[in-house]
Design a protein around this ligand. Structure first.
Ligand SMILES: Nc1nc2c(c(=O)[nH]1)N[C@H]1C(S)=C(S)[C@@H](COP(=O)(O)OP(=O)(O)OC[C@H]3O[C@@H](n4cnc5c(=O)[nH]c(N)nc54)[C@H](O)[C@@H]3O)O[C@H]1N2
Ligand SMILES: Nc1nc2c(c(=O)[nH]1)N[C@H]1C(S)=C(S)[C@@H](COP(=O)(O)OP(=O)(O)OC[C@H]3O[C@@H](n4cnc5c(=O)[nH]c(N)nc54)[C@H](O)[C@@H]3O)O[C@H]1N2
Ligand SMILES: [Mo]
Length: 833
């Protein structure tokens, strides 16, 4: 099967083999094939229908590939026997992948947590004993109270990650799901996973963060589609057909990726950029636009902040600089009184500095002194910032030909509408905020957003619709109508946790952290620097982990709580992130396995034991109904009742959603090429900040992966590049015996020339080693991998590696203003064992 065929055509034989392997391994103890009526005797017809005594329930595949694919859960005699694609109202979206098809191997995995467990050995020693729910709840309530009585409620933190995107018992963040209700009821603080946020930091500079992505069914209206740091063949295989179909309709498909992969193979043009250098490439394109005057001046004047005037101190000229006192007006969003001090531009029509709203023809360059102050326009600043990136220099840095840089520049101006399928390939680097600001500008300054065929971003981002969620659902009142205490205001960034625990300081502030509850989170295997994770966790007084599987993170806990699986309780699925524009009703298909409980019931039970039961006097279904009860959803015809009746409801009113970029989310609604204030993603913690890098356009190479970095020039000549896995969603499915048939073990992919030089052959055992850690795995020789690069499908857990862990090699270093985890900014040495 290629990834672009309908995954439903996946050969049934593979799954019979898979089931046999699973049974052989004794994993189906609770659901032996003998107890199932003659499944093997059925033909394909029967499998597609309800056949025999099969019952079919609705569910969603809701891990953080963020597919949210709608599933049929086929149940016989109380056991799930298979999963298949369930029709969505628009059949273009009715696709699932090998992960959706192999769910049975997850539900009945021998790795499922079935009972609460308590640590009996040293922390991390993997020595646990089964205990009762009563014991587990008592232990947590007593310990939690001890800690919070002494240090305050915020000394306990919730660390929620991305395991399951459903509304209630899911990882939809503390503003939506039951995790948030619990946090607010007990007053806990929060730990942020700090991932996938580098590019969004760049976009908050550029656009104020407004969505620029058109629904994927619009791709056929593009003339050119560019997959820029985006690997749908693996990351969103069920959506890859949209790109292929658009290409068959005449759309030119371009793939910008350092690796020759399945997307590159089907592209009309593969652009083999050097990893981590896309920012220099984009700066080169902008340089071409600026020096050759290729951008529409009217657009620059009316829609961007190019005419703003920057003073020598880096701040914008405002009316107060002209002696006009700021006025006080209510903020349109919050209603609070705020000072208003309008931006000033030089109006050519009046030959004078005026408030931006008064200007009819703002100057873009060569503005005289304003009130004796030397000024530079934002356009002049931007031109100077990219001046060094001539097409030649941009090509040299990014490893491309000058003609490639020129051709990309030309396409955005002449061949539109261009859709830029921009995803997280460039995100996992320390330079991601700079890179994304530059790439975004290429698309947006050339008008390639906000209209049919012109889209920028990735199709998981349907977030704006969820602003309709009734967020009050996480801030309940007691029976007397008194509100809960509310969560601690702190959200701690992962990189500072050890310092916080050791010193009681977070930046300049006195703070205490004594315990953590990991939920939907395999931090030990997914957060940068696994040794660091182990270290800060080992310093806490209470560590709780609730999960559906036994994981590396559970192994660090004092108490493990078994969560029931996605098909074992009711919920609203495909929530917050999905690759289709529907929310879906998830039915309870089978009883929870063992003594597992839904995450909702787990939080409810703990809250009750801690004396907060009044705030949890509702069912999971009532929680969902309350969360969907809002004016915004009513206008879309969405309610729990309607969802239960229809199964899937669209969260966009239109047939094909086109993003509205007529007003940007910044001050004055303009696209920004410069920001006067440093924007911090995780607060100003006193870290040194260089305004030149943070306020204007800028690029630098990766700290570790850059070709000229100390690491790569020295002992660690290889760039280590994470690849997502076809059969895993992060560490999920690593427990699945079906998908292990396809991808059985971790591999490190090397270019044939490098392999030859090191005497490494396919299947040899090799060690990757760097300044931090080491891992031993098998080598795979792959000519699609560029020289001096190790590309590694990474989503495994400690026991899967021959030795060490992949995550031990990943630095937790952060960019000065963005705490984005930089999984690809890594160098390593490669040794044959
Ligand atoms: N099967 C599967 N799907 C997933 C996930 C999973 O674990 N498994 N995870 C989900 C999650 S949470 C995320 S964040 C997304 C990520 O989804 P993607 O953004 O598609 O994933 P990546 O593989 O990180 O990167 C995309 C592509 O960028 C390339 N790339 C790497 N470095 C660079 C660079 O410097 N420049 C350019 N131009 N390209 C580069 C990679 O080779 C890769 O082909 O996937 C989601 N989908
Ligand atoms: N080296 C490297 N590391 C990376 C990346 C990389 O590219 N390279 N990618 C990063 C990215 S983009 C991301 S998004 C993160 C993802 O990081 P995580 O969110 O930690 O990823 P998962 O492995 O999906 O872990 C989620 C956990 O939730 C559990 N879970 C699933 N469903 C439920 C449920 O219903 N209830 C409960 N209680 N638990 C549940 C799963 O069993 C799993 O243990 O990983 C990051 N780590
Ligand atoms: Mo992610």
């Amino acid at each position: 099967m290629t990834e672009f065929e309908n995954p439903r055509s996946f050969s049934r034989r593979s799954f019979v083999t898979g089931a046999a392997a699973l049974t052989g391994a004794g994993l189906l103890a609770a659901c032996s094939p003998q107890s199932q009526p003659e499944q093997g005797a059925e033909g394909e017809e029967g499998l597609a229908g309800t056949g025999g005594n099969e019952e079919i329930y609705a569910g969603a595949c809701d891990g953080n590939c963020a597919g949210g694919c709608y599933l049929n859960i086929h149940v016989r005699d109380g056991k799930i026997v298979r999963t298949s694609a369930r029709e969505l109202p628009d059949p273009a979206y009715t696709r699932i992948c090998s992960k959706g098809l192999s769910q049975v191997g997850r539900v009945y995995s021998s790795n499922r947590l079935l009972y609460p467990m308590k640590r009996v050995g040293e922390r991390g020693s993997n020595d646990f004993e089964r205990i009762s729910w009563d014991e587990a709840l008592d232990f947590i309530a007593t310990k939690w109270k001890e800690i919070t009585d002494q240090y305050g409620p915020g000394a306990m933190a919730i660390f929620n990650n991305s395991g399951h995107y459903s509304l209630c018992s899911g990882s939809c963040g503390t503003s939506i799901s039951v995790t948030g209700r619990f946090k607010n009821v007990v007053g806990a603080s929060e730990i942020s996973s700090s991932l996938d946020i580098g590019c969004s930091h760049g976009f908050s500079h550029l656009t104020g963060g407004i969505p620029t992505y058109n629904e994927i069914t619009d791709r056929k209206n593009a003339n050119v589609s560019i997959l820029w740091g985006n690997n749908p063949a693996i990351s969103n295989p069920h959506t890859a057909h949209f790109h292929k179909e658009a290409q068959e309709d005449g759309n030119r498909l371009i793939v910008i990726d350092p690796i020759y992969n399945a997307n590159a193979a089907m592209a009309d043009w593969w652009v083999p950029v050097k990893a981590g250098t896309d920012g220099a490439l984009a700066a080169g394109i902008l340089n071409i636009y600026f020096t050759r005057g290729l951008l529409d001046e009217g657009f620059l004047k009316s829609t961007t902040n190019c005419p703003y005037l920057i003073k020598e101190d880096g701040m914008f000229v405002r009316m107060s600089d002209l002696g006009v006192e700021p006025t006080v007006e209510p903020d349109p969003l919050t209603g609070e009184d705020v000072p208003v001090d309008p931006i000033v531009v030089w109006d050519a029509a009046q030959n004078a500095p005026v408030a931006i709203t008064e200007a009819t023809d703002p100057l873009l360059e060569s503005v005289p002194e304003v009130n004796g102050m030397k000024v530079q326009t934002v356009l002049e600043n931007a031109k100077a910032a990219v001046a060094e990136y001539t097409p030649e220099r941009a090509a040299e840095i990014s490893g491309l030909k000058v003609e490639d840089v020129e051709e990309l520049a030309r396409i955005y101006v002449e061949d539109g509408p261009v859709s830029t399928e921009f995803f997280l390939g460039v995100n996992h680097y320390l330079n991601a905020p700079y890179t994304s600001w530059l790439i975004g500008l290429v698309a947006m300054l050339t008008g390639n957003t906000g209209k049919s065929g012109a889209s920028f971003g990735n199709n998981q981002i349907y977030i704006p619709q969820y602003t309709h969620t009734n967020f009050a659902v996480t801030m309940p009142t007691d029976k007397a109508g008194n509100p809960c205490q509310g969560g601690d205001p702190h959200t701690y960034a992962t990189a500072f946790l050890e310092e916080l625990i050791d010193t009681g300081k977070y930046g300049q502030e006195d703070c205490v952290l004594k315990g953590v509850w990991f939920t939907f989170n395999n931090a030990a295997a997914t957060m940068a620097d696994s040794e660091y994770t182990k270290r800060w966790v080992s310093k806490l007084d209470l560590v709780i982990c609730s999960d559906v599987m036994m994981t590396d993170t559970c192994r660090l806990a004092d108490i493990i709580l078994p969560a029931s699986y996605w098909f074992e309780h009711t919920d609203v699925g495909s929530y917050l992130f999905a690759t289709h524009p529907y929310i879906t009703w998830n039915e309870k298909a089978i009883d929870p396995l063992g003594e597992s409980k839904s995450d909702f019931d787990i939080f409810k039970a703990v809250a009750e034991r801690m004396g907060y039961g009044e705030f949890f006097d509702l069912t999971e279904e009532e929680y969902c109904a309350e969360a969907l009860d809002s004016e915004g959803y009513k206008a879309l015809g969405i309610s729990l009742e309607a969802l239960k009746e229809k199964g899937a409801l669209r969260v966009f009113p239109e047939d094909v959603h086109i993003s509205d970029t007529s007003v940007w989310g910044t001050e004055n609604g303009r696209l920004c090429l410069y920001q006067e204030n440093v924007l911090y993603q995780f607060g100003d913690l006193g870290q040194p900040v260089d305004r030149k890098k943070e306020c204007g356009l800028y690029w630098e190479e990766g700290k570790y992966c850059g070709e000229h970095s100390e690491a790569r020039m020295g002992e660690y000549p290889f760039h280590l590049l994470s690849q997502k896995m076809r059969t895993h969603t992060h560490t999920q499915w690593s427990e699945n015996e079906y998908t292990r048939e396809i991808e059985p073990e971790p591999l490190a992919m090397l270019n044939p020339d490098d392999a030859a030089e090191l005497g490494i052959q396919d299947g040899d055992t090799i060690r990757l080693r760097n300044y931090q850690g080491t891992v031993v795995v098998k080598a795979a020789i792959n000519a699609g991998v560029p020289p001096k690069t190790v590309a590694m499908p990474r989503s495994w857990q400690a026991a899967d590696f021959i030795e060490g862990t992949y995550q031990s090699l990943i630095s937790k270093d952060f960019n000065d203003t963005s705490n984005n985890q930089a999984y690809n900014d890594v160098a390593c040495a490669v040794e044959k064992m």
